[in-house]
Design a protein around this ligand. Structure first.
Ligand SMILES: [Fe+2]
Length: 318
């Protein structure tokens, strides 16, 4: 796919999906296989089941990345981009007056209700770090169902409703962006051989987004272990919808992981990691999400789209 000089909503969306596949930790070939399996399953559905099926998922492997509302399919010259977009940011776009498109990182609408589906990628990621695939798969299934139930009662369409009422174009780019954060950090970390956790923290602190986050009081920090601890094998966990289940931290330790680098870690996972004597480095949520988004925004910006950051986005051009 080649980027065009004038970009419409669908060009930005499709480009982001392609770029997300390029950075997917499973590799393009495996992603194509997943899509192929999905298409085969779809063909076997009844007419009624087909009608309810999200056909976009036959081409886009990321359930949390979607076009949410097209009010006016015009050329996009200026986009308001944030980590979380709620009705407030939709109103902000309207108030600014010259915004052609609002881009959220975190999903809304159906992309939010279907967020759990994208978590499947974590089975392959954990397997790549040595966790047996059957263990990773079984633990992830439990977590996916838990995430689906926790999202179920939420007001997931609120921002989309606001966009419809105010006539604002609206899309969300979640895992397609997080894949880039994971690839970027994993490649950098694997290229170095850090001995102590403090070396990792120093290295992270030199990345532009984390530098700015530090000034804002939300730089990379340790949740478990001590800076002078040896790292052992390092796992970078940045993509796959949301964080892995707590029990998986024990399995990761058994698989030989000594330090996990994650953008956020829940309390029960922290306890599991501590029990397994694992070091946890939390890079920070908004800053890590920003790294992934910046890789996509750089391309869009080069096509002449002005980016207006809002709602937690730390914009850095590379
Ligand atoms: Fe996030």
């Amino acid at each position: 796919m080649v980027l065009q000089n004038s970009m419409k909503i669908n060009d930005i969306y499709k480009w982001s999906v392609e770029k997300g596949i390029d950075a997917d930790p499973r590799g393009r070939e495996r992603v194509e296989k997943v899509l192929e399996r999905r298409r085969e399953k779809f063909e076997k559905l009844s007419g009624e089941e087909k009608a309810e099926f999200d056909r976009e998922s036959l081409y886009n492997p990321y359930s949390d990345t979607r076009v949410l509302h097209v009010a006016d399919d015009r050329e996009i010259k200026k986009a308001l981009v944030g980590i979380d977009i709620e009705a407030a940011e939709i109103l902000l776009a309207k108030q600014l007056g010259d915004i052609d498109l609002v881009i959220s990182h975190h999903p809304a609408g159906r992309a939010y209700t279907d967020l759990h589906e994208v978590m499947d990628v974590q089975v392959d990621i954990m397997n790549s770090y040595g966790v047996p695939v059957n263990v990773a798969e079984s633990l992830m299934r439990e977590k996916m169902s838990e995430v689906s139930r926790s999202i179920n009662p939420r007001n997931t369409w609120r921002a989309v409703d606001a966009a419809k009422l105010l006539g604002v174009n609206f899309i969300c780019l979640h895992t397609v962006a997080d894949n880039h954060a994971e690839k970027f950090l994993r490649e950098k970390i694997e290229a170095e051989s850090f001995e102590r956790v403090e070396d990792v923290l120093k290295f992270l602190g030199e990345i532009e987004e984390y530098k700015k986050a530090k000034e804002m009081g939300m730089g990379p920090t340790m949740f478990s272990g001590r800076p002078e601890n040896r790292c052992g094998n390092i796992c970078v966990e940045m993509t796959g919808g949301t964080e892995p289940p707590a029990k998986l931290f024990g399995s990761m330790a058994q698989a030989g992981i000594g330090t996990i680098i994650s953008m956020h870690v829940a309390e029960d996972s922290k306890k599991e990691a501590e029990a397994a004597r694992m070091n946890i480095v939390v890079t920070g949520h908004m800053s890590s999400d920003s790294i992934g988004m910046n890789f996509i925004l750089d391309d869009i910006e080069k096509q002449g789209v002005e980016i207006v950051p809002c709602s937690g986005l730390i914009r850095v051009s590379r």
